[in-house]
Design a protein around this ligand. Structure first.
Ligand SMILES: Cc1ncc(COP(=O)(O)O)c(C=O)c1O
Length: 385
């Protein structure tokens, strides 16, 4: 039984429901951020992140910074790209557009390959784009949280290796890390940026990322200084290295309580092979998607191979408005999110299924949500044709 006060089940695509032990570890007594206890916790946490990202290359560099997922975009744009350098942004929804905006702020020359809503740019068009122009980096949103579209990182990496091996492969894993398989070394990824509040299962407030040795070399070989201060990897990299070596170090104050929560969550995540965690997310996702299809509803991500396992974006029947179904669900103590993709926003809702809601069947979160959706739609007058 959870020790949390009764509350509506939060099944939006982040923040997710949190495990009791993770929340309790945030009520840790105050300690110095440069004291041996906390330095050891931070060091262990960084070492565990290597396992979550499936990297054993000592040149890979984890960063855990106070901030949200968006800070990961700034890290990439401010540190790995210089003014006027070209970036190819694969866009499968709202978050690809925002990543592109972030690059523009730092003066990058941005090309976006946009897929029609509900699909993703296809490999032949990506190959054509990579052959037409030299790109310093290509970015992909692993799961775009606005559409529930999953991108295929392994195949994309093979293509980049074949056509433009010097281009850095950067993955926005905010809605995928710890819910979808990511093999950092095997897939030759140069950067994954993520955040605490989704499948990693920790309250919002941490930007969590991993960069390759090659990305670090790009940073070292910059011709111009990094035009950021808090987001400068040059400021943080030595601190992360020191923490991992269990040496006290300071650039800006970290949040000890959030780091404790991350340590607890990573210990839980790594208590079993990560492949089991990903398989469970896929199994529960399949069950949800079948329930959605049984209701006669379509998903925004149209093809099964393009559908994320951490969330489902569901088109509403024409007769039902998001402003009717979301309150109906809330009355049943289930919180889903509305649409945010500007082309289709009022027409769909989003169901996040990550972390404890997926992994702990005793909670009954997913079954309760499916039942609430069925009953809520019926109350809104919907009947399957
Ligand atoms: C795929 C993706 N990228 C980036 C972000 C931005 O993260 P944050 O809201 O934590 O800044 C989000 C947020 O939901 C996201 O889903």
């Amino acid at each position: 039984m959870s020790s949390q006060p009764e509350h509506p089940t939060l099944l939006i695509p982040g923040p997710i429901e949190f495990d009791d032990a993770v929340l309790q570890s945030m009520s840790h007594y105050s300690e110095s951020h440069v004291g041996p206890g906390f330095v050891s916790t931070f060091g262990d946490t960084l070492a565990m992140l290597r396992k979550l990202f499936q990297t054993t290359d000592p040149a890979s560099q984890p960063f855990v910074l106070s901030g949200s997922g968006t800070l990961g975009w700034d890290l990439v744009a401010a540190n790995l790209i210089e003014q006027g350098e070209s970036v190819l942004v694969l866009t499968t929804g709202y978050f690809g557009d925002s990543f592109a905006d972030c690059f523009k702020v730092y003066g990058a020359d941005v090309t976006q390959l946009k897929a029609p809503v509900g699909s993703r740019p296809q490999l032949p068009e990506i190959e054509k784009a990579l052959k037409e122009k030299k790109y310093k980096a290509i970015t992909v949103t692993h799961v775009d949280t606005s559409t529930g579209v999953l991108s295929e990182i392994e195949q994309l990496s093979a293509l980049v290796q074949k056509v433009s091996p010097e281009t850095l492969l950067i993955v926005d894993g905010v809605c995928s890390v710890a819910g979808e398989n990511i093999e950092f070394d095997n897939w030759k990824i140069d950067g994954v940026v993520s955040a605490s509040q989704k499948a990693i299962g920790v309250p919002a407030g941490l930007s969590i990322s991993m960069f390759s040795g090659r990305a670090m070399k790009v940073l070292e070989e910059r011709k111009t200084p990094v035009a950021a201060y808090f987001a400068s990897m040059n400021n943080w990299r030595p601190i992360m290295k020191n923490y991992e070596a269990k040496k006290p170090s300071y650039f800006a104050t970290p949040s000890p309580q959030l780091i404790h929560a991350l340590e607890t969550s990573l210990k839980q995540i790594l208590a079993a092979p990560v492949s089991e965690r990903f398989a469970k997310h896929a199994e529960v996702s399949d069950r949800i998607k079948k329930a959605v299809a049984d209701l006669g509803l379509k998903q925004v991500a149209s093809k099964p191979e393009d559908q994320a396992h951490t969330m489902t974006a569901i088109y509403l029947p024409e007769s039902v408005k998001a402003t009717d179904i979301l309150p109906a669900l809330a009355k049943k103590n289930v919180v889903f999110a509305g649409g945010i993709h500007k082309e289709i926003a009022p027409k769909y809702i989003r169901f996040g299924h990550m972390g404890v809601s997926v992994l702990d069947p005793k909670r009954g979160d997913v079954d309760r949500a499916i039942k609430a959706l069925q009953d809520g739609l019926a109350e809104c007058g919907y009947q399957k044709a």
